[in-house]
Write a new protein. Structure first.
Length: 353
C-alpha cells in the first residue's frame, strides 16, 4: 500500500522482499494503483508463482455482480489466474458480517472458491472485539488480519483463539499503527534497551504465535527489519522478558496514579465515548513519550468512517457513570478532558480512504 509511485518502485520493494525471505504479499484495490504496479513488478521479475502467497481484498457491501467484476479486475491487474487468499477488506460493522455470511458477500465468496479464483477466504477488521469474535466463531474464514500490537493488546485473546482453531492471524501494521516504532522517541528507546522498540514489538508478537507480521515498505531499505528478524521466532528470551517488564514499569512510573489499566470495566459509556481507546493514547503520550503518534491517531477520530473511532474525548458529558466502575478509582472524565487538551490538533488525512 506504500510503494505506489511507480511499477519500478514496487519492483524494487518486491525484489528486496524476496531477498529478505518474505513470501507473502498483500494488496488491495483500495490502495490506489498498488495492484497494477504489483502485477507489473511480478511480470518484470518473472517470479515463479509457487514462490509467493498472494492476498488481495474486496470491500464489503457490494452486490454479487459488482463483486465478481471487482475480483476479476483484481486478477487482471495482478496478472494472476488465482489468488491464494481473498479477504473481506474492513469487516468493521455488523452489517459487514451479515453481508459476508448471509448476503451477497456469502454468495460472492462461495463463487470465488467454486470457480477456483481464490484459495481460502478471510477478513481484515478494525471493528469491535465482539464483532471479530463472532466472525471467528462463524467457521467461514480461514484467516484474519487484526490490530495486534505491543502497545494495544486488546485483541490478543482473539488472536490466540483463532490460532487455536487453525485460523491464520496477521498483525496489521505493527511498525506504523503499532506506534510509529520506526521513529521512536528517546524515552521509548531508553525503555526498550538493549533492544530497539520495533525489534521488541515484533518479538512480542512472534512469541504470541502470530502467523504473519506485516512490513509496509515504500523502499527496499524499509525491509531491513525483515532481514534482522530472520529466524527470530521462538519463545522470548530472559533478556527480552526483562526488557518488556522494564518497559511496562517505566510507563507506570511516568503515569503514576493516572495510568489506565485498559480493563474496559468503564464501558459502556452512556455517551458512546470509547474511554479505553482514548486513555490508551494518553498512556502512550505520557508514559512513553509517544505524543506525535498518539496525537496523529487521536485526530483521525471521526474522520475515518468505520475504520476508527467516531467520538473523541470532547463527547464526554461528565455524567460520572464510569466512575464507580473503575477498579482503580480513576477520575475518568477529568482524564478525558486532559487527553483532549493534550492531543487535539488540526487533523491530518489518512493514507487511504
Amino acid at each position: 500500500m506504500r510503494a505506489v509511485d511507480s511499477a519500478a518502485q514496487m519492483g524494487a520493494v518486491v525484489e528486496a522482499a524476496l531477498a529478505a525471505g518474505i513470501n507473502h504479499l498483500e494488496t488491495a484495490p483500495a490502495y490506489g494503483p498498488a495492484e497494477a504496479h504489483l502485477g507489473a513488478a511480478l511480470r518484470q521479475l518473472a517470479i515463479p508463482r509457487e514462490r509467493l502467497l498472494l492476498t488481495s481484498k474486496l470491500l464489503p457491501g457490494v452486490d454479487l455482480a459488482t463483486g465478481q467484476a471487482q475480483l476479476q479486475s483484481s486478477l487482471q491487474r495482478l496478472g494472476l489466474a488465482r489468488l491464494d487468499n481473498l479477504a473481506v477488506h474492513g469487516l468493521n460493522r455488523p452489517e459487514h458480517l451479515e453481508w459476508a455470511l448471509q448476503g451477497d458477500g456469502a454468495a460472492l465468496l462461495r463463487w470465488a472458491q467454486a470457480e477456483g479464483l481464490v484459495g481460502q477466504v478471510g477478513f481484515s477488521s478494525h471493528g469491535s472485539t465482539d464483532l471479530i469474535e463472532r466472525a471467528l466463531a462463524s467457521g467461514r474464514f480461514g484467516f484474519c488480519s487484526l490490530h495486534l500490537h505491543l502497545f494495544d493488546q486488546e485483541r490478543l485473546p482473539l488472536a490466540r483463539q483463532a490460532l487455536a482453531a487453525g485460523i491464520g492471524v496477521m498483525a496489521i501494521s505493527p511498525a506504523d499503527k503499532g506506534g510509529r516504532l520506526y521513529d521512536p522517541p528517546p524515552e521509548l528507546v531508553e525503555d526498550c534497551a538493549p533492544f530497539t522498540p520495533l525489534q521488541l514489538a515484533y518479538r512480542f508478537l512472534l512469541d504470541a504465535g502470530v502467523s504473519t507480521l506485516t512490513l509496509g515498505a515504500a523502499r527496499p531499505e524499509d525491509l531491513a527489519w525483515a532481514v534482522a528478524l530472520a529466524g527470530a521466532d521462538g519463545p522470548l528470551s530472559a533478556v527480552e522478558k526483562q526488557a518488556l517488564a522494564r518497559l511496562a514499569e517505566a510507563g507506570r512510573r511516568r503515569l503514576g496514579a493516572g495510568a489506565c489499566g485498559q480493563c474496559r470495566a468503564c464501558l459502556p459509556c452512556p455517551s458512546g465515548v470509547p474511554i479505553p481507546a482514548l486513555l490508551r493514547l494518553r498512556n502512550l503520550a505520557l508514559g512513553h513519550g509517544m505524543t506525535p503518534f498518539a496525537s496523529e491517531r487521536y485526530n483521525l477520530i471521526g474522520r475515518a468512517g468505520h475504520w476508527w473511532e467516531a467520538l473523541d474525548a470532547s463527547a464526554c458529558q461528565q455524567c460520572g457513570a464510569c466512575l464507580p466502575r473503575c477498579p482503580h478509582g480513576l477520575p475518568i472524565p477529568d482524564l478525558l478532558a486532559a487527553t483532549h487538551q493534550l492531543l487535539a490538533a488540526p487533523p491530518r488525512r489518512r493514507l487511504w480512504g
